[in-house]
Design a protein around this ligand. Structure first.
Ligand SMILES: NC(=O)c1ccc[n+]([C@@H]2O[C@H](COP(=O)([O-])OP(=O)(O)OC[C@H]3O[C@@H](n4cnc5c(N)ncnc54)[C@H](OP(=O)(O)O)[C@@H]3O)[C@@H](O)[C@H]2O)c1
Length: 482
């Protein structure tokens, strides 16, 4: 049964920023086009810049230039899009924000449901949360929900203090910690794929799985975001949140239900079962200059906004152990990096070789028979590889793949932000991250932070530092560099 969201105002803090323009506004436009969600959302953009409603509407129309003609948007933006400047972000500015919300709710006959979306730089989270509560905006005549973009803190201590501040003013049920990876169809499909099929569960354990690799590789460098990235690095930007969330979904037991509490409970068990990382369990790297397709590429330290002596890692590879009955002895390898050979986010589940084989001459390090490659992006889909005999004389084996591609069956997939925003509107927590998950993930990632290690240089366009191969070599495993 379709569940239409209640009518509400969505207040976007950081409405003039990159995330709002590239992701949130296009997602809201798609939501408006969908008959099941149309007409439910009034948008109030908020930032410090002094803009009129009309100037902000022009920004919204410009952000949608690729999606719709300006004339097709005019009616929607003039009815549903508004702007409130926060100026100096003083308590007066927040009182004015509350009055604006009340006035819009009266004018548009809205029931007083409010979503506050913090698309803000991390340092602006705590003062914004305090100021919202100070102006009484943590409650409303209807329901109030607060969406917090990652990063959720910079380390375990700051995540704990951010969670404590949030809980001072909000119940956990009104909080939505958003990790956009969880809104990707392919990530959600991990639950359907694992628990909607009887085939996988008997194989999904230490008896049948040799090792699991989760890679998020980017071809691009830091582009114009050098100064942001200097404060983040690959561990804070990708490993602590996106990759540990994907790992939890791959490794967790079947949840009692598909509600947020049941799914978070299972993910949490996995995150808490990861053995503390030792210094030889990870490799950190940084891209140097390189050449791709005859084009020279700058090294990270030469990028705008980056220190010439920066130790920020643009690459991280980690070997994890999960101390559960299901996974004891099965290494999980996580890897992410910028300026790598190919853009690809995928999970490779490699199964054990047959226990006794008549084909032993063909089994060498890294030549596993059966592998399930789940591609999260781009070219979303699966490849399942297995051995077949090559027709003709002798017994020669060939690794064959069965493949499935979403695009061929379903066409284009919806954007993660569209799915996640609708979930917030409906109050569904299944694809959001609970406070204890965030803290457990920081606990795993802490040994990788601020190590003082000099990151290993790797050439732009490569698969990262060769030292990362040594994480896998003792177990006779290899990275899937396809
Ligand atoms: N961009 C992405 O693709 C992406 C992806 C995932 C997560 N995120 C996260 O999303 C957040 C926003 O990222 P972004 O890339 O959009 O940043 P951005 O381009 O720098 O935009 C920041 C926005 O926040 C506003 N702002 C800054 N300080 C403020 C304050 N104290 N009160 C109210 N508004 C304030 C800015 O406008 P004024 O200066 O006029 O106030 C601007 O609208 C960050 O936490 C980032 O890590 C971004």
């Amino acid at each position: 049964m379709t569940h239409y969201p209640d009518r509400h105002i969505l207040v976007i803090f950081g409405a003039t920023g990159d995330l709002a323009g590239r992701k949130l506004i296009p997602a809201l436009h798609e939501i408006e086009k969908d008959p099941t969600t149309r007409g439910r959302t009034t948008i109030l953009g908020v930032a410090r810049a002094g803009l009129t409603d009309d100037a902000f509407r022009d920004q919204v129309v410009a952000a949608l230039a690729k999606h719709a003609k300006p004339e097709a948007l005019r009616d929607w933006v003039s009815r549903c899009v508004f702007y409130q400047s926060l100026g100096d972000a003083s308590s007066y500015a927040y009182t004015a924000l509350r009055q604006r919300l009340e006035s819009l709710e009266r004018q548009l006959h809205l029931p007083g449901n409010r979503i506050f979306y913090l698309a803000l730089p991390l340092p602006a989270f705590p003062p914004t949360v305090e100021s919202l509560a100070g102006a009484g905006l943590n409650t409303s005549p209807g329901w109030t929900r607060l969406v917090i973009e990652k990063p959720f803190g910079r380390d375990l201590a700051s995540a704990r203090s951010l969670n404590a501040l949030l809980h001072k003013h909000y119940s956990e049920a009104s909080l939505f910690r958003l990790d956009h990876y969880l809104g990707k169809e392919t990530v959600q499909n991990l639950i359907a794929f694992r628990f909607g099929n009887a085939l996988w569960e008997p194989l999904w354990n230490r008896d049948r799985v040799s090792h699991v690799e989760i890679t998020a590789a980017e071809e691009l460098g830091v582009e114009a975001r050098g100064s942001f990235y200097e404060q983040a690095g690959a561990v804070r930007d990708i490993i602590q949140n996106h990759l540990l969330q994907v790992l939890a979904l791959v490794a967790m037991d079947a949840p009692a239900g598909l509600d947020g509490t049941s799914v978070s409970n299972e993910k949490l068990k996995i995150l808490r079962s990861i053995a503390p990382l030792q210094p030889d369990d990870f490799v950190l790297g940084q891209y140097g200059a390189g050449e791709v397709d005859g084009k020279s590429l700058a090294g990270y330290r030469q990028e705008p906004g980056v220190s010439s002596t920066s130790k920020t890692e643009t690459y991280a590879a980690v070997r994890l152990r999960i101390n559960t009955w299901r996974w004891e002895g099965v290494p999980f390898y996580l890897r992410t990096g910028k300026r790598l050979a190919k853009k690809a986010t995928r999970i490779a589940v490699t199964f054990r070789t047959p226990p006794a084989t008549v084909f032993s001459p063909y089994i060498v390090c890294g030549s596993e028979n059966n592998r399930l490659l789940i591609t999260l992006q781009p070219n979303e889909g699966f490849n399942l590889s297995f051995q077949v005999k090559i027709p003709g004389g002798g017994m020669h084996l060939h690794t064959q793949e069965m493949r499935f591609r979403y695009a061929e069956t379903f066409g284009a997939l919806p954007e993660a932000y569209q799915m996640l925003l609708v979930d917030v509107m409906q109050g569904d927590h299944t694809l959001f991250v609970r406070n204890d998950e965030v803290e457990a993930a920081w606990k795993v990632a802490e040994p990788l932070l601020d190590t003082g290690r000099e990151p290993l240089l790797y050439p732009a366009g490569s698969w990262g530092p060769t030292r990362a191969d040594e994480l896998l070599a003792p177990a006779c495993h290899q990275w899937v560099n396809l």
